[in-house]
Design a protein around this ligand. Structure first.
Ligand SMILES: Cc1cc2nc3c(=O)[nH]c(=O)nc-3n(C[C@H](O)[C@H](O)[C@H](O)COP(=O)(O)OP(=O)(O)OC[C@H]3O[C@@H](n4cnc5c(N)ncnc54)[C@H](O)[C@@H]3O)c2cc1C
Length: 498
């Protein structure tokens, strides 16, 4: 008797190498149907607009890779259970393999099997772990409790020993049965390309792009990662985040490529530690699934936030008057990526200077980041707001001018993304209002009130320069904002009775 057909449901493991679900499906010996469900989980955190662009291109690359090995990718329209059940019936499949996403509302293997059976496809289900290095289950404290502070978590991961080595990609797959059907690439494309995506084209979604990116990083910036990773004016980081989010490369493959290259040297420790922040983020979200929208520290539910749509629009559109922040917000809009140091400064300005709820910032990032990842984004925002586990202390309020001067010392990053300031001297590029009027004039910079800037930007959604060399004065003075934020924190403590 020949082996029955197996579905392999690819989700955030869009790769052929080191993919346990795919390997298990092939090992079954029968025909294999690789399937992706487009729009599998409708809800507040369905894939954001920019990330959908990445996903579309990644699916195309995966389809090409599968075709190169004798198969193809079937793309079905969600919701997932109905789509998978229909496909299983059509192909007479007996089993489904998939990898966990670790999203908070993800069904277990048992629930998925029951749901498929209820939908008319009584098939076996196996769920694999392929996305992370050290869990789940993640290392725990000596008392068996989950870690809430990063450094001990990192030590716990180190004590667990290196993760398993990655498995190679299969060289051939059995042909995908003809009756599988699926959406056409054009149907997917129509739902995947936001109007502002022209600048995303420098990225190369897909497994081959991920491995090339890793190779370039290992051969180049890795050696100076510890020194350069905080410098947005340099190409000092790996840019692997969207590849890792969509699982085009496994974290294990990244870990071993780095560790083998530097043989445990100092540079590799700095990078691997950063990679483990991603583990920590997923570990925290598993422990605290509501933190995508609620503060992890309950006291922050009483924080006197200032829901100010005008200030939020100024931040989103890169016209806060703080050049490093505006540069970051424009880099995000135009390329779908922002440097980590600048994410911290931009997020801090929103939560602490403008007192806007962090959830609004997280939502904007969700729609505009190519690497939008529920666990990493939630961790980043809660960390900056001070409301998360192991968060920055509330009184650490980034000064956007000194952050700019420290991490973009000659202003190259600001000049690139805020071209209207490009001719200012280095000394004032991070604080144009400090330049004498004559210096501003000869640099072609005209400072305007935030209200005038809002009028010039009326009707826009994204972040781009204002007209005619106009640049706003800061939306709020740093010293004043700092005092206001500390007062707000004191009010929260009073309200919470702490
Ligand atoms: C407010 C805020 C929101 C963020 N939102 C996201 C998000 O939605 N998706 C996302 O992937 N990252 C997010 N980050 C984390 C970090 O900014 C990005 O992972 C990093 O900038 C990606 O660039 P890279 O790949 O060149 O990083 P590298 O420095 O080369 O690091 C390698 C990998 O390690 C992981 N990593 C590095 N730093 C962090 C970190 N602080 N937290 C978690 N993982 C990390 C990423 O997977 C990254 O690709 C956020 C950070 C902040 C402060």
């Amino acid at each position: 008797m020949s082996a029955s057909t197996t579905l392999v449901w690819l989700r955030r493991d869009l790769r052929l190498a080191d993919n346990p679900a795919l390997h298990a499906a092939i090992a079954g010996g029968g025909p294999v149907v690789p399937v992706f469900v487009w729009g599998d989980a409708p809800g507040p955190w369905s894939t954001g607009a920019a990330a959908r662009w990445w996903l579309y291109h990644s699916l195309r690359a995966l389809d090409a890779d599968l075709r190169g090995r004798g198969s193809r990718l079937v793309v079905m329209r969600g919701p997932a259970v109905a789509a998978l059940a229909a496909l299983a019936r059509r192909c007479d499949a007996g089993h489904l393999h998939c990898s966990r996403t670790l999203d908070p509302d993800e069904p277990s293997a048992t629930r998925l099997r029951q749901a498929l059976s209820k939908a008319g496809a009584p098939i076996g289900v196996t769920v694999h772990d392929a996305g992370l290095l050290f869990g789940p289950p993640f290392p725990t404290t000596a008392e068996g409790r989950p870690y809430h502070v990063f450094t001990p978590f990192w030590r716990g991961c180190q004590a667990a020993g290196p993760p398993p080595r990655p498995q190679p990609a299969p060289s051939r797959l059995a042909p995908c049965p003809g009756q599988a059907g699926g959406m056409t690439p054009d149907e997917v494309r129509a739902e995947a390309v936001p109007p502002w995506s022209a600048g995303f084209a420098d990225s190369r979604p897909g497994e081959a792009g991920a491995h090339d990116r890793l190779g370039d990083f290992v051969a180049g910036a890795l050696a100076r990662y510890a020194e350069d990773r905080d410098r947005p004016d340099l190409d000092g980081t790996s840019l692997l985040s969207p590849h890792l989010h969509f699982g085009e490369i496994s974290a294990r493959a990244v870990w071993h490529a780095i560790d083998d290259t530097l043989n445990g040297g100092g540079g590799s420790e700095a990078f691997l530690r950063q990679l483990v922040w991603r583990e920590f983020a997923h570990h925290l979200l598993l422990e605290h699934p509501r933190t995508t929208s609620e503060p992890l520290r309950p006291a922050f539910a009483r924080f006197p936030w200032n829901d100010d749509p005008e200030a939020l629009a100024a931040w989103q559109q890169g016209r806060t008057g703080y050049p490093i922040v505006d540069a970051g917000m424009r880099q995000l809009w135009q390329t779908g990526w922002m440097h980590n140091r600048v994410r911290l400064v931009c997020a801090s300005l929103l939560c602490k200077h403008l007192l806007i709820p962090w959830q609004h910032g997280a939502r904007w990032f969700w729609e505009t980041l190519l690497d939008a990842d529920l666990a990493d984004n939630t961790l980043g925002w809660q960390w900056v707001a001070g409301s998360g586990a192991d968060a920055a202390p509330y009184f650490r309020i980034f000064n956007p001018v000194s952050q700019g001067r420290r991490y973009d010392p000659a202003g190259a990053y600001v000049r690139r993304w805020v071209p209207e300031l490009a001719a200012l001297p280095d000394a004032v590029i991070h604080a144009p209002w400090e330049a004498p009027a004559s210096v501003r004039r000869s640099a072609g910079v005209q400072l305007i009130e935030p209200g005038e800037a809002a009028a010039l930007a009326a009707g826009r959604t994204g972040a781009q320069p204002l007209d005619d060399g106009c640049y706003p004065e800061p939306f709020i003075d740093h010293a004043l904002a700092r005092r206001r934020a500390l007062d707000a924190f004191a009010t929260m403590k009073e309200r919470a009775g702490a």
